[in-house]
Design a protein around this ligand. Structure first.
Ligand code: SF4
Length: 203
């Protein structure tokens, strides 16, 4: 029992290193007991008038949502949460697409590293819809339009918001501080913004 615990701790530590090597500003191992779900956050995807709502198979209403995520969570005990610190000015500009692509890349690479270490049920979540990030040249998400395969399975990951994952709580658990950024945020008043991702680690 002691040996297993040491092994998972070692693996989590190596996954934190993978996060840093891929450009994360920081990463922490957390217990899935600290991953909470707030159903009202899912409604935000629809009610905020997100222009990408429903455009990808990885976004609401096509994902299993809070209920599905809560069910999924029962099979996991550990997770890695990571963040990218980014100038607010960048996040509010067109350059944000590149930052969101990095977020997906880090999430997918942590997941890949975990799978390679035998944790083959590991599952990554990022932020932002994959449709404008990876399929902007295509009219439709191929999974939705043709019942086909995702064009970018090695990098595109579902967004945490579609599952109601409480990112604020997660950030607090990791010991970070996050300012909420909206289109009205003054980049001079709030200079640094944060994007987060989550990878459930399991086998
Ligand atoms: S990357 Fe493209 S094909 Fe894959 S889920 Fe996203 S929109 Fe669909």
């Amino acid at each position: 029992m002691r040996k297993n615990r040491k092994t998972i701790d070692d693996i989590l530590e190596s996954l934190i290193q993978v996060a840093h090597q891929n450009g994360a500003s920081d990463a922490k191992a957390v217990s899935t007991a600290d991953v909470t779900v707030d159903e009202s956050l899912t409604n935000f995807c629809r009610d905020s008038g997100c222009e990408n709502y429903g455009l990808a198979v990885s976004c609401p209403p096509h994902v299993s949502g809070p209920a599905g995520f809560k069910e999924l969570l029962k099979d996991y005990t550990r997770a890695v949460v990571f963040k990218i610190d980014v100038p607010t000015e960048t996040l509010l500009s067109k350059e944000s697409l590149e930052v969101f692509r990095s977020l997906h890349k880090i999430a997918a690479n942590i997941e890949k590293a975990a799978v390679e270490k035998g944790y083959n049920r590991s599952k990554a979540f990022a932020g932002g819809s994959c449709k404008p990030l990876f399929c902007q040249e295509h009219p439709d998400c191929r999974v939705l339009s043709e019942n086909g395969k995702c064009r970018h399975p090695h990098i595109a990951r579902p967004s945490m918001s579609g599952f109601g994952i409480n990112v604020s709580q997660l950030v607090k658990t990791a010991g970070w501080q996050m300012d909420r950024i909206t289109r009205e945020t003054d980049p001079e008043a709030v200079k640094i913004a944060m994007l987060c991702g989550l990878v459930l680690i399991g086998r």
